[in-house]
Design a protein around this ligand. Structure first.
Ligand code: ACO
Length: 443
């Protein structure tokens, strides 16, 4: 075993890669990096740079649009085996965490690497509970949004705006300072999300109730009306707790990559997390849960499912909630979500949209188009249906995802800062535009 600059334990070097350049006949040796815990193998991209025809040349780069085969960091947080459908946080299988943990315990685990002791957990929970209030000016700021503003736009802007309320947050190299900003972000993001929800509904903002747990308080800020104390349904609290755990981290996905890239400039964490919220908003990422429900509503009836499947197979549409860059077998989160959906629907009732979803899944799992491309339902396929049956409007689904993913973004951001190998993220390009030409105005 050896330890990398990121503090990650890896096995010893496994050998070298020999590369022969047919242009020059030269042979180059590149050390294969120490294997990751689960056997991941890589060579350093920078080792390609030595491959040149002329000594003055820049050297060879690797070309990898969309980072299909590029490891951007060494990380000890989350492990995914996409072929086997495995997801683990800090070594613990997601199924076990979803069964036994709470969201805040999971957030601690992701950040600290170990499960908290009772004392650590109580302090962590208490700290987060007492930082849930936001500055009154944020309220005013939110009131400036139109009634039909998308809550993800509101969330993204208010998270970014928080950096102006906490200018001390830019002191990212001080561990104490990082700690308080992490607590603030985890504590305040449900408040910002709930305020955005109330705004689009034209309802008065409900302030946090610090006697309540994380999820209960969130539900109270979303739903409380005139009652002195909101009593959420225990099944909804349980469902949201599990959904938050399932969404808490997913290694180097698009939004986490955005957080790491923006964070690598050494900006404050509010600005870095706002970048994550922006990336998550996209329909190919966190926005997919919203799109799944829109797609189901467009289908309208089970009898129209085959026609949609034909359109998808003709390349006219994508089946939202299906497919994943990493999972090439069943997304383990989707399996848990499906079970959860059964429990929630027992209380709220099964509707025609669920029938359509089940039929879509049935056809897609038996159709060669989907089978041959290894397109399985992902976590977003059923989450929208659960959220809707809990009374959330469609445009709020991705916000729920963002609240949960904040735990992962923060852990990944801090790991990136601690990693001595990381620098400002700055990819190269292969320039394919004009060569030099003389300016001559056409005006
Ligand atoms: N419906 C139909 N066909 C699909 C789908 C889909 N949902 N996803 C992929 N394909 C097809 C592609 O057309 C392609 O077919 P081809 O080989 O004939 O050209 C093949 O499967 C491979 O697809 P890629 O686009 O190369 O896969 P990639 O890994 O780049 O995309 C992604 C992954 C973005 C998730 C994609 O599957 C997709 O768009 N899914 C729908 C959106 C979605 O559900 N996103 C949520 C992801 S989970 C999350 O972010 C929380």
């Amino acid at each position: 075993m050896s330890t990398t600059a990121a503090g990650v334990k890896t096995e010893k070097e496994t050998g070298t890669l020999e590369v022969r350049d047919t242009r020059t006949g030269a042979t180059y040796e590149m050390p294969i990096l120490p294997r990751g815990t689960e056997g991941d193998v890589a060579v350093r991209g920078m080792d390609l740079r030595q491959i040149k025809v002329e000594s003055g040349e820049f050297g060879t780069m690797s070309y990898d649009p969309a980072f299909m085969n590029t490891a951007s960091c060494m990380s000890a947080i989350t492990y995914i085996d996409g072929e086997a459908g495995i997801l683990r946080y800090r070594g613990y299988p997601i199924e076990q965490i979803a069964e036994g943990s709470t969201f805040l315990e999971t957030a601690w685990l992701l950040r600290n690497g170990e499960l908290p002791t009772r004392q650590e957990y109580d302090k962590w929970e208490n700290d987060i509970r007492y930082h849930t209030y936001v500055h009154e000016n944020i309220r005013k700021f939110l009131e400036g949004f139109r009634y039909d503003a998308h809550p993800m736009s509101m969330l993204c802007s208010t998270v970014a705006a928080m950096s102006s309320f906490y200018p001390d947050a830019k002191d990212i190299h001080d561990p104490e300072n990082r700690n308080i900003q992490i607590i603030r972000l985890l504590a305040k993001i449900p408040t910002l999300a709930a305020f955005a929800f109330r705004h689009i509904r034209g309802m008065p903002f409900i302030y946090p109730d610090n006697d309540l747990g994380y999820v209960e308080n969130f539900l109270s800020m979303l739903n409380r009306m005139t009652e002195p104390r909101y009593e959420p349904r225990p099944s909804f609290v349980k469902a949201l707790e599990v959904l938050f755990i399932l969404h808490a981290d997913h290694e180097q996905n698009a939004s986490t990559t955005a957080v790491r890239a923006v964070g690598s400039t050494q900006v404050d964490p509010f600005s870095a997390i706002a970048a994550g919220v922006a990336a998550l908003f996209g329909p190919l990422h966190g926005g997919a849960n919203e799109q799944v429900l829109r797609m189901i509503q467009e289908i309208g009836h089970v009898k129209n499912v085959p026609a949609l499947i034909d359109e998808v197979k003709d390349g006219k549409k994508r089946l939202m909630g299906f497919g994943h860059r990493v999972y090439k077998s069943y997304d383990p989160r989707a399996r848990i979500v499906k079970q959860l959906a059964d429990e929630v629907f027992k209380e709220t009732g099964v509707d025609s949209d669920l029938e359509i979803a089940l039929e879509l899944e049935r056809i897609a799992l038996s159709d060669d188009y989907f089978v041959s491309r290894k397109l399985y339902p992902n976590v977003d396929f059923y989450t929208g249906l659960i959220y809707r049956s809990m009374g959330f409007p469609t445009e709020f689904f991705t916000v729920l995802f963002a609240v949960a993913r904040t735990a992962g973004w923060l852990s990944q951001w801090e790991e990136m800062l601690m990693d001595k190998e990381q620098k400002i993220a700055r990819p190269r390009q292969i320039y394919i535009g004009h060569g030099e030409r003389k300016y001559a105005s056409l005006l």
